[in-house]
Ligand binder design. Structure first.
Ligand code: BGC
Length: 742
C-alpha cells in the first residue's frame, strides 16, 4: 500500500476502530467456538466487550501457521475494514529449535554466531506466523539476584550490549520485513530494567542521568540506529516515574534525541500498573498519562480500550496522538505486507521442511558449543579420555529439560540427554546414578504455588535424599572420574525469579560434599540462568564447565566438549560474585578513595570475603594455554585525528587448536568526572593452531575515549590513559598513553 492509501484508511476508521489498533490481547479468544465463554483468565480482568475484542490490532503468543491463519481468518471475517491483526511472540532463544539462553549466547563473543542463531529463530518463527518478536532484551545486568539476567544478551557490559543489539535487530529484520524469514524486532525493556533495586524484579530504579546515558542507554540506542521497528517499555519506575508513562524517557530521549520513529508498546499490563505504582490516580488518568507519554500499544490491560475514547472526545490533542499511534501501527502492518497478504510470511509448506531441519540442528550444536565457559580445569583434567570409566551423576544427566524458562514453544523431542549421548559414544564405560533431585519438593512448591499449581507432598523426602546419595556413592566408587550435571531449576531464573540465595540448592551441595570424600577427580557441568555462588564448592571440584541452559542440542554439544572433540571458547559477560552479599559486582566500577590493595583496616573492602569477583568479566579457559606477552603501543601520544595501534603477542602453548577472545580495555586516569577502573573497548575472537603464535592489533581512536562529562556532554578529555590487553578483565598487560584534544 502507498502511504497515501494508509492515510485514507486511517480517515475511514471510527474512533473505536482506531483505539482497537492500540490494544493487544492474548489471541486464544479467536480460536474458541464461543467467544463469550473465553473471556476468562487474564482477559476477564480487561473488561472488554466482544465488539472491542474484534477491534484489537494485535495479539500475543499465538504461533503455528495453521493457528495463526485460523485466528486471522476469524478476526477478518468480522472486521469492517479488514485490517489484519499483528502477531507478536516471545521467541527469546529460538522457536522450535531452542538455542542457548541469551546470557549464554552473549558469552560466545561471536557476532556471527549470534547472527546465525537469530536468523534461524527468525525464519522458524516467521514462517510459523510471527510478525514481531519481543527480542532482543538488551537490559544491562549487573545483579545476579535478578532472574532476568538470563535474558540479557550483553550482560554487564555496554559495548557488548550495543554490538549484540545491532546484530540481532538486523538479523531479525533484514532489508525488507516482507522477505521470507524476516520479522520486526521489538527491543526491550526501556529503560534500565536491569538496575532494579536489590535485584528484585519489577522494583525501583533510581540512577543519575550520567549513569543512565553511559551504561544503560547505549544498547537501546544501537538497536534504534539499527532500525528496530518497536520498543517495549519496562515495568520499573525510572527516577520516580514509571517508564511506561515517562515523558522524558519516551518523548525527549527516545523519540527526539534518538529519532525513533517506530512503535512503543507497554509491557504486559504495565499501563494499568501505573495506578498501583501510585502515579496515575485512576484508569482514566492512566490512559491519559500513557498516551501523552507516547505508548502506542497497551499490552494486556483494558485501559486504552475502555478509557481512551472519552479522552479523545474531550481533548483534540489526545485524538491527534491516537492518530499518530495508529498511523505507526498501520505503517508496520504495511511494511510486513499484511494488507496484500494477511498471513504475511506464514508458510505451512516451509514450516514442514524448514523447522527443526537437520542442517540447522547441526549448526545449532556448533553455535551452542561457543557459548560454554570453562571456569576451572585443574591439571587439565578435561578433556576426558574415552578409556576412563566415568560416573555420570546428577539430575541433569538424564534430563531433556535444559532449554530455559522462555522456550515454551520449543520441540523437546530432539533434545536427547547427556546419558543417551555418552552411552552412544562410550557404551558401558559410563555408569549412571541420579544422585539427587534438582530441588527439594518443598522448594518447588514455593515457586510453583505462586503460579497456582497444586502443592505436592513427598513422603520421607530427606530419607529418599539419603538413599539417592548412597546409590550415587556406590556408582561413583566404581569409576575413575565423576562427571556431575547440576544447577538451577529452570523456574529459578527468568521473569519473576529473583533470588536472595544464588548458591546451588542445598541438596545438590550435600551430594557434592559426600562425593568429595571419595577423592576422585570431580567435574561439574553447570546449568543455570545467572551467575551462581560457587565459592564453597569450587575447591572440591577439579573442573567446572558452565553450559547455562544450552537448548535442543545441548546434550550433544556438552558430550563432545567433555570428550575433547570440541574446545571451549566462551567468556563470561557477567562477573560471578564471591557470594550473594557482593551483588551487584561488575568489572567496570569506579575506584574509591580507599581501594583495597593490602590488609589494612580502613579500606574499601569486606571483612569476610575478597573485594574481587570470584570469576571476572571476560573470563573463560580453553583446552589451549594462551600466553600473552610483548604488549606494544606504536605511539604514546595521540590527538583527535590520530590513532594508536596496540599490538600483543599471543602464543598457544598447547597441542590443541582453539579460539581465544582477546580483549582491549581502557582506563581514563583522571577526568572532569571519575571514570571506571576499566572499560571494554574492543575484542577479537581468533583461531589458533597448536603452538601457533599470533600478533593481534587493535586501534585506539578518540571515540573510544568519550564519556558523559560534568555537563552531560559526550566528550573525550585530554589526559592520561591506560590500555590493557588480556584474555579477561583481570589478567592483562598494560601500558600508558596520552590524549591531547586538538
Ligand atoms: C515480559 C516481556 C514479554 C511480555 C510478553 C512480560 O511479562 O516482561 O519481556 O515480552 O511479557 O509476553
Amino acid at each position: 500500500m502507498k502511504h497515501k492509501e494508509i492515510l485514507e484508511l486511517l480517515n475511514k476508521m471510527t474512533i473505536e476502530e482506531k483505539i482497537g489498533q492500540m490494544v493487544q490481547i492474548t489471541g486464544d479468544v479467536f480460536l474458541s467456538e464461543d467467544t463469550n465463554s473465553v473471556l476468562t483468565g487474564p482477559l476477564k480482568n480487561l473488561h472488554l466487550s466482544k465488539e472491542k475484542i474484534y477491534h484489537v490490532g494485535s495479539v500475543l503468543n499465538i504461533i503455528g501457521a495453521e493457528k495463526v491463519k485460523k485466528v486471522q481468518d476469524e478476526y477478518l471475517s468480522k472486521s469492517r475494514l479488514k485490517i489484519p491483526l499483528l502477531f507478536m511472540d516471545d521467541i527469546i532463544n529460538g522457536y522450535k529449535i531452542a538455542f542457548p539462553i541469551p546470557i549464554a549466547q552473549g558469552c560466545s563473543w561471536n557476532t556471527k554466531a549470534i547472527k546465525e542463531m537469530t536468523e534461524i529463530s527468525s525464519m522458524e518463527s516467521s514462517i510459523a506466523g510471527a510478525n514481531v518478536n519481543f527480542s532482543p532484551m538488551v537490559d544491562l545486568s549487573r545483579d545476579a539476584r535478578w532472574g532476568r539476567v538470563m535474558e540479557s544478551i550483553g550482560g554487564e557490559d555496554p559495548l557488548l550490549g550495543e554490538i549484540y543489539a545491532r546484530t540481532m535487530v538486523k538479523a531479525y529484520q533484514g532489508k525488507n520485513l516482507f522477505e521470507v524469514g524476516k520479522m520486526a524486532s521489538c527491543v526491550k525493556h526501556i529503560a534500565a530494567y536491569g538496575a532494579v533495586e536489590a535485584g528484585r524484579d519489577y522494583n525501583t530504579v533510581d540512577m543519575s542521568e550520567r549513569e543512565f546515558r553511559q551504561y544503560y542507554l547505549p544498547a537501546y540506542k544501537a538497536a534504534i540506529e539499527a532500525g528496530a521497528e518497536m520498543l517495549m517499555t519496562s515495568f520499573n519506575i525510572l527516577n520516580g516515574i514509571p517508564s511506561t508513562v515517562n515523558k522524558w524517557l519516551i518523548q525527549e530521549v527516545i523519540r527526539k534525541e534518538l529519532g525513533f520513529k517506530g512503535i512503543v508498546i507497554s509491557d504486559y499490563g504495565a499501563v494499568e500498573e501505573t495506578i498501583t505504582h501510585g502515579y496515575s490516580a485512576n484508569e482514566t488518568e492512566a490512559a491519559k498519562n500513557a498516551i501523552t507519554a507516547g505508548i502506542d500499544i497497551d499490552m494486556m490491560s483494558g485501559i486504552y480500550a475502555n478509557h481512551l475514547k472519552d479522552l479523545c472526545l474531550q481533548n483534540q490533542e489526545i485524538e491527534n496522538k491516537v492518530n499518530e499511534s495508529v498511523l505507526r501501527i498501520l505503517t508496520l502492518k504495511n511494511k510486513l505486507g499484511l494488507f496484500e497478504n494477511p498471513y504475511g510470511n506464514t508458510n505451512e509448506e516451509k514450516e514442514k521442511t524448514y523447522i527443526m531441519n537437520p542442517i540447522n540442528l547441526e549448526k545449532a550444536k556448533k553455535l551452542t558449543q561457543e557459548t560454554f565457559v570453562l571456569l576451572k580445569n585443574k591439571n587439565h583434567v578435561l578433556p576426558l579420555q574415552k578409556s576412563k570409566k566415568i560416573a555420570l551423576i546428577g539430575p541433569y544427566i538424564d534430563n531433556i529439560g535444559i532449554t530455559g524458562s522462555w522456550s515454551m514453544f520449543s520441540d523437546r523431542t530432539k533434545n536427547g540427554t547427556i546419558l543417551d549421548i555418552f552411552k552412544e559414544k562410550m557404551g558401558n564405560q559410563v555408569i549412571y546414578a541420579k544422585g539427587c533431585e534438582i530441588l527439594r519438593q518443598e522448594e518447588i512448591n514455593k515457586i510453583l504455588s505462586a503460579d497456582g499449581s497444586p502443592i505436592v507432598h513427598v513422603e520421607n523426602e530427606r530419607q529418599k535424599e539419603q538413599d539417592m546419595i548412597a546409590s550415587a556413592m556406590q556408582t561413583a566408587k566404581k569409576a575413575d572420574v565423576i562427571l556431575l550435571a547440576l544447577g538451577e531449576h529452570y523456574k529459578q531464573s527468568g521473569e519473576a525469579c529473583s533470588r536472595s540465595n544464588i548458591a546451588l540448592p542445598e541438596n545438590q551441595i550435600q551430594l557434592i560434599n559426600e562425593l568429595y570424600t571419595l577423592s576422585k577427580p570431580m567435574i561439574l557441568i553447570l546449568f543455570n540462568g545467572r551467575p551462581i555462588e560457587l565459592n564453597t564448592i569450587e575447591p572440591k571440584l577439579d573442573a567446572i564447565l558452565e553450559v547455562w541452559f544450552p537448548g535442543t542440542t545441548g546434550a550433544k554439544a556438552i558430550t563432545e566438549m567433555i570428550l575433547g572433540e570440541e574446545n571451549p571458547s566462551g567468556k563470561l559477560t557477567m562477573s560471578f560474585p564471591q557470594n550473594v552479599g557482593q551483588c551487584p559486582v561488575y568489572y567496570n566500577h569506579y575506584n574509591t578513595g580507599r581501594p583495597h590493595h593490602d590488609n589494612l583496616r580502613y579500606l574499601s573492602r569486606y571483612q569476610d570475603i575478597p573485594t574481587e569477583s570470584f570469576y571476572p568479566f571476560g573470563y573463560g579457559l580453553s583446552y589451549c594455554d594462551f600466553k600473552y606477552t610483548e604488549l606494544y603501543l606504536n605511539n604514546h601520544k595521540m590527538n583527535k585525528n590520530e590513532t594508536i595501534t596496540v599490538t600483543i603477542k599471543i602464543e598457544n602453548q598447547s597441542d590443541y587448536a582453539g579460539y581465544e577472545v582477546i580483549q582491549l580495555y581502557i582506563q581514563d586516569l583522571y577526568g572532569s568526572v571519575v571514570r571506571p577502573v576499566k572499560e571494554l573497548k574492543a575484542f577479537k575472537k581468533e583461531y589458533f593452531k597448536p603452538h601457533e603464535i599470533k600478533y593481534i592489533h587493535f586501534n585506539i581512536d578518540m571515540h573510544m575515549l568519550k564519556f558523559w562529562n560534568e555537563k552531560l556532554e559526550l566528550v573525550a578529555e585530554s589526559g592520561e590513559f591506560k590500555a590493557f590487553v588480556g584474555g579477561d578483565s583481570v589478567n592483562v598487560l598494560e601500558d600508558r598513553f596520552e590524549f591531547v584534544d586538538n
